[in-house]
Design a protein around this ligand. Structure first.
Ligand SMILES: C[S@@+](CC[C@H](N)C(=O)[O-])C[C@H]1O[C@@H](n2cnc3c(N)ncnc32)[C@H](O)[C@@H]1O
Length: 526
């Protein structure tokens, strides 16, 4: 995060303390209940968490600070103190001790174990030619990525010497080392980019006696299997938490989590009510992706093939978010015949047309690249994308939904398309996209989830504006107007409730407050 002025930080801390005090009675109540979960073990999951009793939606299960935190593996350089983006040019502030780029000389993360610690700075200071001096403006994206990939690994290896208790906890995490060793590409990547580099170029064994390649590979595995990616307000980091890593994966999970921008704590809650004995789950993959891609992603990093209910269902629990248009009969939808087999054919549900899954993958990669090349603020280009692929993908397809979600967020917010400038057709379009998106999110991320809160907030605005326009023009009946206002109130209520569960200081929390304010104004007028 950019260096924040003391007053702002103090204000934020003040808000946070206030919130703690307000929540105290609730926490006291919870203390009287049995613990919310317990750790179990199975052949399939290894260790995992189960509900110890029936849990209500929104119950806080875990709040804990990271055991380890560092930059994400990315080509974008970030401040080592607070993980906000930085530049590599001569103007950028650099650490006096080691030369790595920082957001500012008084970054709040300097000298902190959650940021750029003294031990790290001293080590990098001794390795300037192999580290900071490579971080120049002319450095290739790969060179930047390779260096930033090392940071969290080195931080953990330094704990071996400086924080042995934390290090011991981390080493108890799953690394899947044997399975990783069998994957030659993966193994060689870490052998070359991490192990050899740290041992030979950085001479790390001089700093940490007895350090062996096997231990370094194990740490790389632990990070791949157990890391969370977190971040608020443009910052991005990866973290290991003491117990949140124990949650098993499901592609329609029953918990949701967020992180506190002040101390990087994870806050994990039930997103819907959970039965006693039910497995507590979160999603290791982005839920708004199709089964073919999600399963490949999970297998790549976490080394298992997901077999959850959603993955096993060709219609993905009725969301149809992987459906393609059959180009032979046009009326049918093409879906995986056996979704738990990556290589199984895809077939039309109306005619005999079939395609191989590799062809589907190629098509999806192509469309995804096309979408990625569009600026997320470019309304005409996103609209054009929807037109280009409506003959190829069904309306709920996750790639179309991704474009629709961007449009939901920018109609009414970007120049030339601000709310007063929007035509009724544009407003109707925003409403339609929001509804289509929400219908799928209701299936795949039901309950008190951030995405539902955000999209409900977006949806309230077009309904409200169209209702007002309808009344003004005399084309809408009083009854219809009231029905719409009722819907606006419901959306704002739910959105305010969900988004205010997000930590103060986050943009989502701000939006939750805006929803609550809008609701209060409407209630005052009713
Ligand atoms: C973040 S760790 C979870 C904790 C781990 N079970 C342990 O005992 O340390 C992720 C690993 O748990 C297992 N796992 C989690 N969810 C799973 C699922 N739905 N199906 C199969 N294995 C799963 C896999 O071995 C995965 O790599």
């Amino acid at each position: 995060m950019p260096a924040r002025k003391k007053t702002r930080r103090q204000q934020q801390q003040g808000r946070s303390r206030q919130r703690d005090t307000q929540e105290q009675p609730k926490e006291q109540q919870q203390e009287e209940l049995a613990p919310a979960y317990r750790v179990e073990h199975s052949e399939l999951y290894g260790r995992y968490l189960v509900a110890n009793r029936a849990l209500a939606a929104g119950e806080q299960l875990i709040r804990e600070q990271p055991l380890a935190i560092g930059p994400c593996v990315s080509c974008e350089p970030v401040c080592l103190g607070c993980y906000q983006p930085v530049q590599l040019g001569p103007e950028q502030c650099r650490c006096k001790g080691c030369g790595w780029p920082l957001c500012a000389a008084d970054c709040r993360g300097l000298g902190q174990s959650s940021g750029h610690s003294r031990e790290e700075c001293e080590l990098y200071g001794r390795r300037r030619p192999q580290a900071a001096e490579l971080l120049k403006e002319s450095a290739s994206p790969d060179a930047v990525r390779d260096l930033y990939e090392l940071v969290l690994i080195v931080r953990i290896l330094l704990m071996r010497k400086h924080q042995p208790e934390k290090y011991a906890k981390i080493r108890l995490m799953e690394s899947h080392t044997e399975q990783r060793r069998e994957n030659l590409t993966l193994w060689q990547h870490y052998e070359k980019k991490v192990v050899q580099r740290l041992l030979h170029d950085w001479q790390l064994a001089q700093e940490l006696s007895g350090l062996e390649p096997a231990e370094m590979h194990e740490i790389c595995g632990i990070l791949d299997v157990n890391c969370f990616e977190i971040g608020q307000r443009g910052g991005k980091a990866r973290t290991l938490y003491p117990s949140a890593f124990l949650l098993a994966h499901d592609c329609r999970p029953n918990t949701s989590h967020t992180d506190d921008p002040l101390d990087y704590s994870i806050i994990l809650r039930t997103s819907r009510s959970v039965r006693e004995q039910e497995t507590l789950t979160l999603s290791y993959a982005y839920t708004l992706q199709g089964t073919l891609k999600r399963r490949t992603f999970i297998q790549g990093g976490k080394l298992f093939w997901c077999q959850c209910q959603r993955c096993a269902d060709p219609r993905e629990l009725g969301s149809d978010c992987s459906d393609l248009v059959c180009k032979i009969c046009r009326a049918g939808s093409i879906r995986a015949t056996e979704p738990l087999k990556q290589e199984a054919d895809w077939a039309c549900d109306r005619c005999a047309h079939r395609i191989e899954s590799v062809q589907v993958e190629r098509l999806l990669d192509h469309i995804n690249d096309d979408l990625e090349s569009i600026d997320v603020h470019d309304i005409p280009a996103l609209e054009n994308f929807l037109i280009r692929y409506r003959e190829v993908l069904r309306p709920n397809h996750y790639l179309l939904l991704s474009a629709k979600y961007s449009l939901c967020q920018i109609y009414g917010r970007v120049e030339g398309y601000l709310l007063p400038e929007l035509s009724p057709q544009d407003i109707e379009r925003k409403e339609r996209y929001c509804r289509e998106f929400l219908a799928v999110v209701d299936i795949l991320e039901p309950g008190l989830t951030r995405l539902r809160g955000l999209i409900m907030y977006e949806l309230h605005a077009p309904i409200m504006v169209l209702a007002q326009l309808g009344m003004q023009s005399g084309r809408m009946s009083r009854q219809e107007f009231q029905r719409r206002i009722k819907e606006v109130v419901r959306l704002l209520k739910e959105s305010a409730h969900i988004l205010q569960l997000e930590p103060p200081g986050s943009s989502e929390h701000e939006m939750g407050r805006a929803a609550a304010d809008a609701l209060a104004k409407i209630n005052a007028q009713l």
